[in-house]
Ligand binder design. Structure first.
Ligand SMILES: [Cu+2]
Length: 162
């Protein structure tokens, strides 16, 4: 008789554990992945920047506000380890895109920092965002990666300090 009660008790505990754990597993398993760019999964931005891309009368440029777009664009300063949340508005009439690159000559994208790409740019009037972590100190550039745009002034300096 005591053994039967024990068995029932164990079954009830096991059943309760199952009832609790199955929804928990389902919930965790069904959670959508965090939206991110550049492999920065689960990274929360520590620095948020909004950039404005636009065309000037004879050049293309960048600005930190829509009414102050210049060529070259403003210098961006970060510290190693910063997780940058970058939002780019295209205020112009042609597609644009953003990336931090090794330099203006033979540019290579750094830190998986591209916000939009040459094949999937930000259309006029559009906005795209990305999150990336800057991991190296140095002097770099940012550019519009659409062909020909950095050559007509769509770039700026990036200084990353230790
Ligand atoms: Cu551009």
């Amino acid at each position: 008789m005591a053994n039967a009660k024990l068995v029932i008790g164990v079954l009830m505990v096991a059943g309760a554990a199952l009832i609790i754990s199955v929804p928990a597993i389902l919930l965790l398993g069904l959670q959508p992945p965090m939206q991110s760019f550049g492999g920065a999964e689960n990274l929360k931005p520590t620095v948020n920047i909004t950039m404005y891309a636009n065309e000037l009368p004879t050049k293309f440029g960048w600005g930190l506000s829509s009414d102050n777009v210049t060529s070259p664009g403003p210098t961006l300063r970060f510290k190693v380890g910063d997780v940058v949340g970058m939002t780019v508005h295209n205020e112009g009439k042609v597609p644009h895109a953003f990336a931090i690159v090794s330099g203006l000559d033979n540019p290579k994208v750094l830190f998986n920092s591209q916000v939009a790409t040459i094949n999937d740019p930000i259309q006029p009037g559009g906005t795209k965002s990305g999150v990336f972590k800057v991991t190296d100190a140095g002097s770099f550039n940012y550019i519009c990666t659409v062909t020909g745009h950095s050559e007509i002034g769509m770039y700026g300096d990036v200084v990353i300090s230790k």
